[in-house]
Write a protein that binds this ligand. Structure first.
Ligand code: PHE
Length: 349
């Protein structure tokens, strides 16, 4: 067979193979076989030495033409294959944009956290620092430093969960006071701090009592701090949370770490002070304890109580939230029913 015939045959065979190749890999094999360095066209060029000299030019031209033809066809075939692949994927991944979207469940902030964030901002704005004490507190900070030595009868009010004889789930955030007092450098200015966090008490749970709740401790120590400062602070605080209209009252009370001591009540949101089951028919709900810091607490922390003094308070954040949002059962805070929590979405507040 002469080279003209071989070229013609290669042309027909090559075009048919290009047609048949239906994947990119197969097409590539065909490309190597036809126009590659060791491919069939190259082979034909190599056999030119056997061709009569007057035909060499002609054969050379035909080889080049055929190579161009193959290359064009190979490129076209590749474009076709890629296009088909894309179409197949588009078909497979087709989405119906008219279908309703999946509902996106966005959580809502817990009402106690809403109050907590609000109060932190409020106190930071008044120059207080925010501290965080440990939830498992030592007997030393929770009680002894706070003027409650072992066997002090007032410990009964705060019977709680001991981890071992010296460590307990703290019954109050007041230990934060002692921790901060020990460290504060009064040459740099007065001490103003709030310390929010969880506390625990052995308690019979009911609508207004829970064995776990949130407190926010507050402490201000400087020279010449008076009970008037405490009253003003508490009044501004309750006004900030409950508005101007809700009534508050201070009652004398007892805490081992303050002298004198008070408790603050807010008029019941439910009966407006008339008396109902929620306020145990008193018309009031207790929200915080406070008082002038006992000299022993200052002395225990190495502070001269004849120079420095001040006030402390411990806010029940759950009670604040109950009163602010009209929640009739403190246990709702801890059972985590989404229907309860959803009511505190930002847009619904
Ligand atoms: N720690 C007290 C309590 O849990 C509250 C309190 C704090 C009272 C600070 C006075 C001063 O009841």
């Amino acid at each position: 067979m002469d080279l003209f015939d071989r070229l013609k045959e290669l042309r027909d065979k090559g075009l048919a193979e290009i047609d048949k190749a239906e994947s990119e890999e197969k097409l590539n094999d065909v490309r190597v076989k036809l126009v590659g360095r060791k491919g069939e066209l190259t082979e034909i060029l190599h056999s030119m030495k056997d061709v009569a000299p007057e035909n060499r030019r002609e054969i050379g031209q035909r080889v080049n033409k055929l190579r161009d033809l193959f290359n064009d066809k190979l490129d076209d075939a590749k474009t076709e294959i890629v296009k088909a692949l894309v179409e197949e994927r588009l078909e497979k991944e087709k989405i119906d944009v008219t279908l309703p979207g999946r509902e996106n469940h966005i959580g809502s902030e817990h009402p106690i956290n809403i109050i907590l964030d609000d109060l932190e901002k409020y106190f930071i704005g008044m120059g207080y620092q925010v501290v965080q004490g440990p939830e498992i507190e030592t007997d030393h900070y929770c009680f002894e430093m706070m003027n409650l030595p072992k066997d002090h009868p007032a410990r009964d009010m705060q019977a709680t969960f001991y981890v071992d004889p010296e460590d307990l789930l703290r019954s109050q955030t007041s230990g934060d006071q002692a921790r901060v007092l020990e460290k504060h450098d009064f040459s740099k200015g007065p001490l103003k701090m709030v310390g929010p966090g969880k506390v625990y008490r052995r308690d019979d749970d009911d609508a207004t009592h829970s064995h776990q709740f949130m407190q926010m401790e507050g402490l201000v120590i400087d020279k010449n701090v008076t009970m008037g400062d405490l009253k003003g602070t508490l009044e501004l605080l309750t006004r900030h949370i409950f508005g101007e209209d809700r009534e508050t009252r201070l009652r004398p009370s007892y805490f081992p770490f303050t002298e004198p001591s008070v408790e603050m009540d807010v008029s019941c949101f439910n009966c407006d002070g008339k008396g109902c089951a929620i306020c145990k028919y008193t018309g009031w709900i207790e929200v915080l304890g406070a008082g002038m810091v006992h000299p022993n607490v200052l002395e225990n922390a190495g502070i001269d109580s004849s120079v420095y003094g001040g006030f402390a308070f411990g806010v029940g954040l759950d009670r604040f939230a109950i009163l602010k949002y009209g929640i009739d059962d403190i246990r709702d805070f801890y059972t985590n029913d989404v229907r309860f929590l959803e009511q505190f979405r930002k847009e619904e507040r």
